[in-house]
Design a binder for this molecule. Structure first.
Ligand code: FE
Length: 129
């Protein structure tokens, strides 16, 4: 992990809503985020540290109400960790640069990789290309 901030520094840097998802592993309600129905061309960066995470090329409409991608820009830009919270076994996705929570990855993706990266909009910051 390259970008390390203290709890207080993160609280200062992020909004309350961002902090809840990025640093406390919260989940934004489905169909409420700014990117689930977003179709511009560009890249989605980590909202906490700015690392490039996902590209619009790999985005697909999963119908879940969260922005969904079949792969990250680079596998080394995200980290996966087994998450057993809420009575489920899921694979959590984190930004490998700053360790912030992004969402989860499932193996039911429709595209070539078979992966569905289900990511909170609030964890992302879109940059048009
Ligand atoms: Fe980050």
């Amino acid at each position: 992990m390259k970008s390390k901030l203290s709890k207080d520094e993160w609280k200062k840097k992020l909004t309350k809503e961002q902090y809840k998802v990025l640093r406390e592993k919260g989940t934004e309600p489905a169909f409420t985020g700014k990117y689930w129905n977003h179709h511009e061309k560009g890249i989605y960066k980590c909202a906490a540290c700015g690392a490039p995470l996902f590209s619009s090329d790999k985005k697909f409409d999963s119908g879940t109400g969260w922005p969904s991608f079949d792969q990250p820009i680079d596998n080394t830009n995200v980290e996966e960790r087994v998450d057993t919270s809420h009575g489920m076994i899921r694979n959590e996705v984190l930004c490998s640069n700053c360790g912030s929570h992004l969402g989860h990855v499932f193996d039911d993706g429709p595209k070539t990789t078979g992966c569905r990266y289900c990511i909170n909009s609030i964890s992302l910051d879109f940059q048009q290309m």
